[in-house]
Design a protein around this ligand. Sequence first.
Ligand SMILES: [Zn+2]
Length: 324
Amino acid sequence: MSKLVTDSGIERDNRKAQVNREILGKRCHAGRMRRLTRWSAFVNSVLAVSFLLGFAATKLRAQNPEWTAPFPPFRIMGNLYYVGSKDLASYLVVTPEGNILINSNLESSVPQIKASVEKLGFRFSDTKILLISHAHWDHDAGSAAILKMTGAKYMVMDADVGVVEDGGKSDFAYGKNKSNWYTPAKVDRVLHDGDEVKLGGAVLVAHKTPGHTRGCTTWTMKVTDNGKSYDAVIVGSPNVNPGFRLADRPSYPGIAADYEKTFQVLKSLHCDLFLGAHGGYFGLAAKYDRLKAGDKTAFVDPAGYAAYVAERQGAFEKELARQR
Ligand SMILES: [Zn+2]
């Protein structure tokens, strides 16, 4: 995400306070003036802070209208369902022993996810395990509320646990900006690269694909549909966001090598069903339209997956070369 509060905005409010101080200075007795100056500076700083917080929150929402735009819940294939919004992907894996939810999204997304699960005919309280794509607020800020509502066990990749448990404060890129913080959530099981999450016959494998966050996770599972088995890949994120430093004074030590590892992992995975943390990664809307039109394998797209990974790797390498 881009920086939400600009330095120029802060300067503008300081100038306004300065002008007020000057006006007061001309009219008032010295002692009264000092009190008024302090009071005026206080009022102005309160106004400035509220303005900036409001501005940041508005901008966050305005920047990403597709994050909160509703999307119909639907069965992708087999026991794998889509329960997210238009661009914040959430997945439900349904088993006879309860369900696994992947991604809690924004704090404001929770009612939307719950309604989607229920619209499909499942109980939200049957959510036994909660997983995430990575520890950024657009995928994990709703976790605390969902864990409270469902009693699910929260399972998170080792290197993302700290960020999840401090509500985004220790995130290497966004932790300094309070507008990116969210309700912390306690992790029940710390996952490591290659770990399996099992429930009612479903097996999900956690592949560590770091860089975008230190513990970014790509999930794979086998989905059986109409007697055939498909390899599903839910990409965590291979993106280098604006402001991430890969070379000089890196955002964290080893970030460039982590991205390189991620592309190796993504290229090594066999993919039939191409999915990811954002609908935009895999063309959710267009594929959904094809599914609705009767194409039952609309989300089977190994060529689209290979092209996506190659394109993202190219973008990473270009950015690395630019920064070097
Ligand atoms: Zn992210």
